[in-house]
Design a protein around this ligand. Structure first.
Ligand code: ATP
Ligand code: MG
Length: 569
């Protein structure tokens, strides 16, 4: 005797029951009828061995599975249109399966009635808007709206999509200015690409990485000489407001011209005018040819500002995993932390130090860990990061600055006093370090910068003592004069990056004997003259240094001779 169990969403009529019994060819006593609302509609029949599932729940599951497998790597707009179609076929179901927005504030929504959402999953809110799940609570879920901030209102239906945020990536983005979700905002038309990448993806593991050993020259003398950066390194640029942080990072991008390095500049929480200015500077110097600008301005919602660095990293990663060298600038992560704090407070997460949530360290570490020099097996590309942090009153021991300092491989500390004293870039030589870049410095540079950092640090220390007009002995006087001249050497106007051989020539002369024969106040001018002379009369010296990365004894002698030729001394 076979026993059947027939489950339905609602109670069946007697006539329907008789029909089913007849269809099964069974006796009335052999069939049990059960009710399960979760089926939504349809029937499930089991005979103890097999189950025939003809329920609406199963149909919906299949539809979602099909859609998600074919759409796993599609951009948001594709996902949106396919979802709409999918749900239009399951008209009667959506009312039951959908959750409901029960509150909304500044792009953060709380949704009731969705039990099986996952963290990071995309939600379809209303007809058009997308949100990302952030919080899973017992009776509600918290999510952040990515699109349609002004349209969504309380009471709107919310559906699960089984997908996560993806952004367009690849060559099509080079030269473009895009929003936080990869949408073009430069008026240059659609971004035609078939490649998409998840905004958040895991950082490469230990065996997927290689040693940071190749230099990434920034064209800024003081950085390349004292805090050299290697490909795959994360070097923090930190300083108060208006100390030249952005300019330093932009100069690093400018000097990648012709170096086959792809650059991404992501602006977080800045003024539209500042970003327009940056784009103009990049465009005018031809740097947009290898750069993508991702912009989440101060007028964008906190949720988009929060997402922007992750999507920008996805764009950078795509190139790095294809074997290219990539430089990414995050300008700046202080504002990113503030955006995240806003979201967290709206999500009613507990506030910690300075009202930041406890995991603010984690959002930055999982972002910056994605920068790496990749192993040969993965194509040998690299992702170098220059995150920027703004401090208040030079306080580098505040919460967010200490966090990011401990995540990165070194910091370039810019100081207001130096900036106002005309020492620009205003790098504080004593507090700036590069923990891994030293081994990546080209031999030619390493050879000529020996002792430079020490001389400068000694000079700064003594300069403080002699500020009050104290009498000093001859030896101190010599240290002071030399220090002043070296400081002058490292002053560099923005937007004028040096090539590595030019840096070598200038620093070689400044750290050598010749410095004493240059008048104070004329160091830069004189050295510029020598470099110009070498470029026109002995270009082979520069070429050789560029090709080999070495400074031979012979070339060192030739440089000294050129100094005499150019200055007549
Ligand atoms: P904010 O805190 O507003 O983001 P910031 O620290 O990014 O500022 P920048 O915007 O880069 O600073 O520069 C501030 C000002 O200093 C700008 O007007 C810029 O032109 C000038 N400046 C920056 N670097 C140099 C330099 N090396 N030489 C001369 N002027 C410079
Ligand atoms: Mg700035």
């Amino acid at each position: 005797m076979t026993e059947y169990v027939v489950t339905s969403a609602k109670a069946l009529s007697e006539a329907k029951k008789r029909e089913i019994i007849a269809h099964l060819g069974a006796k009335e006593s052999e069939v049990t009828f059960l009710i399960d609302e979760a089926l939504i509609g349809g029937l499930v029949i089991s005979d103890g061995e097999k189950i025939l599932d003809a329920s609406v729940r199963e149909k919906l599951r299949l539809a979602r599975k099909n859609a998600s497998s074919s759409l796993a790597n599609q951009p948001l707009e594709h996902i949106l249109s396919s979802l709409k179609e999918e749900f239009s076929h399951t008209d009667s179901i959506q009312k039951i399966k959908a959750g409901i927005v029960c509150s909304i504030s500044d792009g953060v929504i709380f949704v009731e009635g969705l039990d099986d959402a996952k963290v990071g999953e995309l939600l379809l809110v209303g007809e058009e808007s997308l949100a990302m799940v952030m919080n899973l609570e017992e009776d509600a879920i918290g999510a952040i709206l990515l699109t349609g901030l002004t349209e969504v209102c309380a009471g709107a239906p919310v559906r699960l999509t089984d997908r996560i945020v993806t952004v367009p990536v690849g060559e099509a983005l080079v030269g473009r200015v895009v929003g936080p979700l990869g949408d073009p905002i430069d008026g240059a038309g659609r971004i035609e690409t078939d490649s998409f990448r998840r905004a958040e993806s895991p950082a490469p593991g230990i065996f997927e990485r290689a040693k940071v050993a190749e230099p990434l020259c920034t064209g800024v003398k003081v950085v390349d000489a004292i805090v050299p950066i290697g490909k795959g390194q994360r070097e923090l640029i930190i300083g108060d407001r208006q100390t030249g942080k952005t300019s330093l990072a932009i100069d690093a991008i400018l000097s990648q011209k012709g170096q086959d390095v792809y650059c991404v500049y992501v602006a977080i929480g800045q003024k539209n005018s500042t970003i327009a200015d940056v784009v103009k500077r990049l465009r005018e110097s031809g740097a947009m040819e290898y750069t993508t600008v991702v912009s989440a301005t101060a007028s964008d919602s906190a949720t988009l500002q929060y997402l922007a660095p992750y999507t920008a990293t996805a764009m950078a990663e795509e190139m790095a995993y294809n074997g290219k060298d990539v430089l990414i600038v995050y300008d700046d992560l202080s504002k990113h932390a503030v955006a995240y704090r806003t979201i967290s407070l709206l999500l009613r997460r507990p506030a910690g130090r300075e009202a930041y949530p406890g995991d603010v360290f984690y959002i930055h570490s999982r972002l910056l860990e994605r920068s790496a020099k990749l192993s040969e097996r993965l194509g040998g590309g690299s992702l170098t990061a220059l995150p920027i942090i703004e401090t208040l009153g030079s306080d580098i021991s505040a919460y967010i600055p200490t966090n990011v300092i401990s995540i990165t491989d070194g910091q370039i500390f810019l100081e207001t006093e130096l900036f106002h004293a005309g020492i620009r870039p205003a790098v504080n030589v004593g507090l700036s370090v590069s923990r891994v870049g030293g081994s990546a410095q080209p031999n030619a540079v390493r050879k000529v910068v020996k002792g430079l950092k020490l001389d400068l640090a000694r000079y700064r220390e003594m300069a403080v003592f002699t500020e009050f007009g104290a009498d000093v002995d001859e030896e101190t006087k010599a240290v002071l004069e030399r220090g002043a001249k070296l400081t002058e050497l490292l002053v560099q106007p923005q937007g004028s990056p040096y090539t590595m051989p030019e840096e070598v020539v200038e620093i070689a002369l400044a750290t050598g004997e010749k410095l004493s024969s240059i008048e104070k106040g004329k160091v830069r001018e004189t050295l510029r003259k020598v470099v110009d002379h070498i470029r026109s009369a002995h270009p082979e010296i520069l070429r050789e240094i560029a090709e080999t990365g070495e400074l031979t004894e012979e070339n060192a002698r030739k440089i000294e001779a050129s100094f005499e030729e150019a200055t007549g001394e």
